[in-house]
Design a protein around this ligand. Structure first.
Ligand code: C2E
Ligand code: MG
Ligand code: MG
Length: 703
């Protein structure tokens, strides 16, 4: 429509024939494109033609027969807003022409310009300008609609930082309407602060203009709405340039990140806190200790780390259920927090372990005071599930800088000291001492060697006879594990079995013991020696292994030993741990034909009623009772009671650790029928045991 190649239709509203003729002439002889002129004399006629939408421009004389002056323009403009209007001037009234331009006319043409050079060019340019305006307007409209429909808030300013535009989201987030905001300084409408410090945040506009590029805002930016409501925002600012590259303003785009920031805060909290007690967890504690260390180092002060472990917490969990256990842990954490200062950190490490950081102590004695206070506050009954629960704790203390220079070492040493507190009777605190460390280093190196010991075939079994006290006959053999590392002395189980239990190696080792003992028992039988049951000691971890029963069955099948020649020795602790599943496992073993013995009887917590439920064949009285037999009449009373009880339950009662003839006689007087001990034989290698079987126990011992 606007191209020069097209014919432009011009509507001329003019009653002066001379002027009209002049115009017709000028357009007809134009070299600047082709025009089709339509001439009307009166306004009403002109208005009628305007419905023809093909008109590209209007040439308008303001003074017509049916209308004069500005009124003429207004009427045309009202109908033809989209068509450029050029007002034809007359020499007398230039003012009117100018006014018309002010009201929307494209141009004003003095009579002098109505020649075939000027007129066509003016018309062309008016038509083209109109087209450009339309396109711009359309583009602007498109931009506005876009800006209002995106989720982000957008505002722009001029070079001086005065607001020039806000989209709808920006309006609602700032609380300012566009009209009101326009012209105001950015800082007034877009009030932002740094969330944590609440200081005024840097002016994004300034930054963008200064750096002349898009910049992101400070990380914790908070926008304050006009009514004071605050929202966390994230945003960027970019400078706007003119064609010459000069900054003429800036645009700021931002959006509400309150929900995301709250979520991330929640996640940070969750990552740093224990779910059950909401205390700081290991991660956060590490941070706090490290911070305290650097502060203490600068101020030449001490800090203390307390490692606290509840005594016998497991029983609460086992006997009253996990829900009660959880409640108790929460109660404990409450007591800990309230017995310490705000500057101290109480954290839960999981299970029943807590670590406490005392960040401001002037002397180690302060840590002792705190530990005593903690133990005292815990000792008051905890009311849980309608009952009073009593719980104590053991605490180990390490001090910076004496016992460690970093968080890990301090925790480790406090942990070690806690173990010593447990060993020295629980419900007390102990300071870390360097000797503790040597023990633990030795233990660690043992653990390392223990890992490969099975593959290197470093274990062997010794056998100790069980003897009929009356006849001196050997009634069985107990297999006892030994560990021989190349070039070292033979190690007894007390030195390595607890470590193997702690790190789970005992399961594999126990499997080996079982197989080797059964193989040996069968081998003796194959040698024609009198068939004897062999006893194997079983640790809790092995017994709880889901494959345990199956393992026993497999070993018996593989070695060809009849089940009745295998006896398993379980301590009371193992039996009591989970009485119900214990009964079913024992019954399975029993059905298989395996014999069952309670080892170290009398040292544990087993109650008679429990024992009755278990399909037990043998009670082994712990050697500590046997040793007290002669010395202590009370000890004797207990042994008598145990022997009687065993008989009542129809168990075989064996006394362990018989070393003297007196002990043996004493036991016999109490009608104990079997025994085991150095008096008869120390545990010996398989070959020697076979020899014992052939020769029998030396007779003089039996009388
Ligand atoms: P236990 O089952 O009560 O074994 C008896 C322990 O008492 C053996 O110690 C034995 O040498 C010792 N003993 C026997 N007669 C006397 C005596 O007259 N006087 C003294 N003072 N001690 C005597 P050992 O061989 O050092 O074993 C210690 C413990 O290690 C065993 O106690 C058992 O609980 C455990 N153990 C041994 N072998 C194994 C094994 O293969 N697997 C597991 N899980 N534990 C084992
Ligand atoms: Mg035993
Ligand atoms: Mg024992």
């Amino acid at each position: 429509m606007t191209g020069t190649a097209l014919i432009a239709k011009i509507l001329l509203i003019e009653n002066d024939a001379a002027t009209a003729e002049k115009i017709r002439e000028a357009l007809a002889t134009s070299t600047a494109g082709t025009f089709e002129l339509e001439w009307v004399h009166e306004l009403s006629e002109g208005l009628g033609r305007l419905h023809d939408n093909k008109i590209a421009a209007i040439l308008l004389d303001l003074n017509l027969p049916d209308s004069t002056g500005m009124d003429t323009f207004d009427q045309v403009f009202r109908v033809a807003q989209d068509i450029p209007i050029l007002v034809l001037g007359c020499v007398e009234d230039e003012e009117a022409g100018r006014e018309a331009v002010g009201r929307g006319a494209q141009d004003y043409l003095p009579p002098a310009h109505l020649d075939n050079f000027s007129l066509p060019r003016l018309l062309r340019s008016a038509i083209e300008r109109k087209a450009v305006d339309d396109a711009l307007c359309e583009e602007k409209e498109r931009a506005l609609v876009t800006l209002n429909s995106i989720g982000d808030a957008v505002l722009s300013t001029d070079a001086l930082g005065r607001i020039t535009y806000l989209n709808l989201v920006a309006e609602s987030m700032t609380g300012w309407g566009r009209e009101e905001a326009t012209g105001r300084p950015l800082a007034e409408v877009f009030r932002i602060i740094d969330g944590p410090t609440r200081s005024v945040a840097r002016d994004p506009l300034e930054m963008a203009v200064e750096q002349n590029k898009t910049v992101g805002l400070t990380v914790n930016c908070v926008l304050i709405r006009r009514d004071g409501f605050e929202s966390a925002i994230e945003d960027s600012a970019a400078p706007i340039h003119d064609r010459a590259g000069r900054v003429i303003g800036a645009v700021i785009v931002f959006h509400d990140v309150s929900a995301a920031r709250a979520m991330s805060q929640r996640m940070t909290h969750a990552a740093q806190h224990d779910v059950l007690t909401d205390l700081p967890n290991r991660l956060l504690l590490h941070d706090r200790i490290s911070q305290s260390i650097s502060l203490a180092r600068r101020q030449r002060r001490s800090i203390a780390v307390l490692f606290l472990d509840l005594d016998h917490f497991k029983y609460v969990n086992d006997l009253l259920g996990h829900a009660a256990g959880d409640k108790l842990l929460q109660s404990v954490s409450g007591r800990l927090v309230s017995s310490l200062r705000n500057s101290d950190t109480v954290s839960r490490q999981g299970g029943d372990e807590f670590i406490i950081l005392l960040s401001e102590i002037s002397h180690p004695a302060d840590a002792a005071t705190s530990a005593a206070k903690i133990l005292h506050s815990l000792s008051a009954p905890h009311f849980i599930k309608n009952q009073d629960l009593h719980i104590n704790a053991s605490v180990g203390i390490s001090i910076f800088p004496d016992d460690g220079e970093d968080s890990d070492t301090l925790i480790q040493n406090a942990d070690m000291a806690m173990y010593c507190a447990k060993e020295s009777g629980r419900n007390n605190y102990q300071f870390y001492k360097s000797e503790m460390n040597q023990r633990s280093v030795k233990r660690q190196s043992l653990e390392g060697s223990l890992r490969g010991a099975l593959e290197r075939d470093e274990f062997l079994l010794h056998y100790q006879p069980k003897v009929n006290l009356e006849t001196g006959e050997i009634t069985g053999a107990e297999a006892l594990i030994r560990w021989v590392q190349p070039g070292q002395e033979m190690m007894l189980p007390g030195q390595f079995v607890p470590i193997a239990e702690d790190c789970g190696l005992i399961v594999g080792i126990g499997r080996w013991v079982m197989r080797e003992a059964c193989r040996q028992a069968r081998a003796w039988q194959d040698l024609g020696l009198p068939p004897l049951p062999v006893s194997v000691n079983v640790s809790a971890l092995e017994f709880r292994d889901t494959n345990f029963v199956e393992g026993v069955r497999t070993v018996l099948a593989a070695t060809g030993l009849a089940a009745r020649y295998l006896e398993l020795e379980l301590t009371e602790g193992v039996l009591m741990e989970d009485a119900e599943s214990t009964v079913s496992t024992l019954l399975e073993l029993k059905t298989m034909g395996v014999q069952l013995a309670v080892d170290d009887f009398g040292t544990g917590y087993s109650s008679l009623s429990y024992l009755r439920q278990f399909p037990i064949d043998v009670l082994k009285i712990d050697q500590s009772f046997v040793q007290e037999l002669t010395a202590d009449p009370d000890g004797s009373a207990i042994v008598t009671a145990i022997i009687d009880m065993g008989r009542n339950l129809r168990h075989v009662v064996i006394a362990e650790g018989i070393e003297t003839i007196e002990q043996k006689a004493n036991l016999q007087a109490r009608r104990c029928t079997e025994g085991q001990g150095y008096l008869f034989s120390r545990p010996v290698a398989a070959k020697q045991f076979a020899q014992l079987l052939r020769t029998g126990i030396t007779e003089k011992l039996l009388n």
